[in-house]
Design a protein around this ligand. Structure first.
Ligand code: AMP
Length: 190
């Protein structure tokens, strides 16, 4: 099984690149942000709970997020592998993912981190807000909060995979095609 954690701050291009990776390698794309937004649109209890955190640019609590992710994996028993996009975002989530996959006798193959400078992220998020209508992309205070949550809580997740020898960082600047090529080079070397 090929299980890739696609990592990076908000606006790094995880969603865009995930689409290309699933196409080439036949993986299932699991984006926790997308699943929360779907629940929000459908007005589920989970969506209502998630909204209170998303609207502030905060993380949804680990327990809720981990359960949701595990259920999404369970819904795809025939998957050749997964792209985890926007998950894990805390060390507790990373440990939970390891335990869950281990219970299925599989593991995370690699984390691929997209490295993008902060000014570029803010620029991209502003542009994305116009196209996607995402309110958390349109508000500078929420963007700043998401970036600081990333620095404080999410960036340390790199260490979790680094000690396992699974961490790969790539330059996230350039054309979408150039970045895709860099990601494919890493995956093909695994
Ligand atoms: P994203 O689409 O990945 O930018 O996620 C949008 C929002 O969903 C985040 O700002 C969080 O509020 C929430 N979210 C997404 N993934 C996670 C996660 N792994 N843990 C906690 N909250 C999450």
């Amino acid at each position: 099984m090929l299980n890739i954690v696609l990592f990076g701050p908000p606006g790094a291009g995880k969603g865009t690149q995930s689409e290309r990776i699933i196409e080439k390698y036949g993986l299932v794309h699991l984006s926790t942000g997308d699943i929360f937004r779907y629940n929000l649109k459908e007005g589920t209890e989970l969506g209502k709970l998630a909204k209170s955190y998303m609207d502030k640019g905060q993380l949804v609590p680990d327990e809720v997020t981990i359960n949701m992710l595990n259920e999404s994996v369970e819904k795809n028993p025939a998957a050749k592998g997964f792209i985890f996009d926007g998950f894990p975002r805390t060390k507790a989530q990373a440990a939970a993912l390891d335990n869950f996959l281990e219970s299925k006798s599989v593991d995370v193959t690699a984390m691929i981190a997209l490295d993008v400078p902060e000014e570029e992220l803010k620029d991209r998020l502003k542009k994305r807000a116009l196209a996607s209508g995402r309110t958390d992309d349109a508000n500078p205070a929420i963007i700043n909060n998401r970036i600081s949550v990333y620095k404080n809580e999410t960036a340390p997740v790199k260490d979790f995979y680094q000690v396992q020898g699974k961490f790969h960082s790539i330059n996230g600047l350039g054309s979408i095609d150039e970045i895709t090529t860099r990601i494919f080079t890493v995956i093909d070397s695994l």
